[in-house]
Design a protein around this ligand. Structure first.
Ligand SMILES: Cc1ncc(C[n+]2csc(CCOP(=O)(O)OP(=O)(O)O)c2C)c(N)n1
Length: 375
């Protein structure tokens, strides 16, 4: 395996000293090492992966240096546009080193949302005309691949990708971990909110632990799963899924269970919710200031005022809380109000170690929700 510090030092020896991206569980160790060792002007966790490409391109314009953009392969969709219309040799021809975590690699077991993306990871790079290597787990071989990548980028000014398989990097424990002082857990908050929903209500939940915890709540209370849609992939799009349902089913309350990382990833969607102004829409953001599901890397979630943003965009009512009793009171109050409503629940980082995963397939989930919505 590769020591994260070896990898970073190697890149720095070629003057690659700028890192941007969205974290991934396969890249957890390298992301932690970047956070600890690179100053904040040279290490930015972006709202989405496309933003990271643009950020590295800006850095290149100003310095003539090559930036490194890291992401899970789920983020490939978000980078296609800036790759095709910004960095491509037929447009501005800007070199960038991509570090892509390969979830769903064919032949390896993974969750349903990663299977398709895993199959098309290299094909997408081929289609985009991007040279790549699967990063070797052997440091000497990896060093040669980095050398080849840098030489290619310098000769062509083109983007180059290193694909990272599971267990490529040695473990690294983040030293600068920011622990928030909040006490309410996301799982408890999810239970309280889900329990307060009416029997006709629908919940559209976001990717990662949020959907897993909602699923576990239903299992634990011996309920079915027909009232929820676990948006297991498609990070940042749960709020628009919920809007689509809310507009078509005005007589049901539709709840969106969002994460701060996911809400930030496509925050423009909140403006569209507010403008569409569905009375039956309740947007809950479980804000732990982190990408908890992939290793707890920080977001700007707890540094910004999400309620003010939502209010300014046109949500009818906004609330924030960080405790159980207040949460229960707010939930009673919002039942009497028209939406769109935003409720920010500030929660602590972390999850139960024995948290299960959905045992139903995405298709089963979709079909049971659709038949529930017919009634
Ligand atoms: C487009 C895309 N980029 C990255 C990921 C990897 N990913 C899965 S969950 C997650 C973090 C979600 O953070 P947040 O919404 O704040 O929820 P939390 O895990 O903190 O509850 C990330 C980055 C992904 N699934 N899709």
């Amino acid at each position: 395996m590769i020591q994260p510090s070896f990898f970073i030092d190697k890149l720095r020896s070629y003057d690659i000293d700028f890192f941007a991206g969205v974290p991934d569980s396969l890249l957890k160790n390298i992301c932690a090492c970047i956070s600890d060792n690179i100053d904040s002007a040279h290490s930015i966790i972006t709202a989405n992966e496309g933003g990271a490409i643009a950020l590295a391109a800006g850095y290149h314009l100003a310095t003539n240096k090559i930036g490194c953009v890291y992401m899970q392969n789920s983020g490939q969709g978000n980078i296609i546009n800036p790759l095709a219309s910004l960095t491509d040799r037929e447009v501005y021809n800007i070199p960038t080193l991509l570090l892509i975590g390969w979830r769903g690699k064919p032949g390896e077991h993974d969750e349903p949302q990663h299977i398709k993306q895993g199959k098309i990871t290299t094909g997408l790079l081929n289609t985009m005309g991007i040279n790549y290597d699967v990063l070797s787990k052997d440091e000497d071989k990896a060093a040669k691949q980095i050398d080849k990548a840098v030489k290619t980028m310098k000769a062509t000014n083109e983007v180059y990708a290193l694909i990272v398989e599971k267990d490529t990097f040695e473990s690294y424990t983040l030293k600068r971990d920011i622990v928030n002082s909040l006490s309410l857990t996301r799982e408890d908050a999810i239970k309280i909110v889900a329990a307060s929903a009416d029997e006709h209500d629908v919940i559209i939940s976001s990717t990662g632990m949020i959907s897993r915890e909602l699923f576990e709540y239903r299992e634990g209370s011996h309920q079915g799963h027909e009232k929820e849609f676990l948006t297991v992939g498609s990070m940042g799009h749960a709020s628009q899924m919920a809007l689509g349902v809310a507009l078509a089913k005005p007589n049901r309350i539709v709840w969106c269970f969002d994460g701060d990382g996911a809400a930030l990833m496509h925050m423009g969607s909140m403006a569209i919710v507010a403008d569409a102004s569905p009375k039956n829409y309740i947007h809950i953001i479980y804000n732990n200031g982190a990408h908890d599901s992939v290793g707890g890397q920080p977001t700007v979630g707890l540094k910004i005022d999400i309620c003010s943003v939502a209010k300014a965009l046109g949500y009818k009512h906004v609330y924030a809380t960080n405790n159980k009793v207040e949460l229960e009171n707010i939930l009673e109050e919002i039942k009497k109000k028209d939406g769109p409503i935003l409720l920010e629940v500030k929660v602590k980082k972390g999850n139960r170690k024995d948290l299960g995963r959905p045992t139903t397939t995405p298709i089963q989930n979709k079909e049971s929700l659709m038949s529930f919505l017919k009634d």
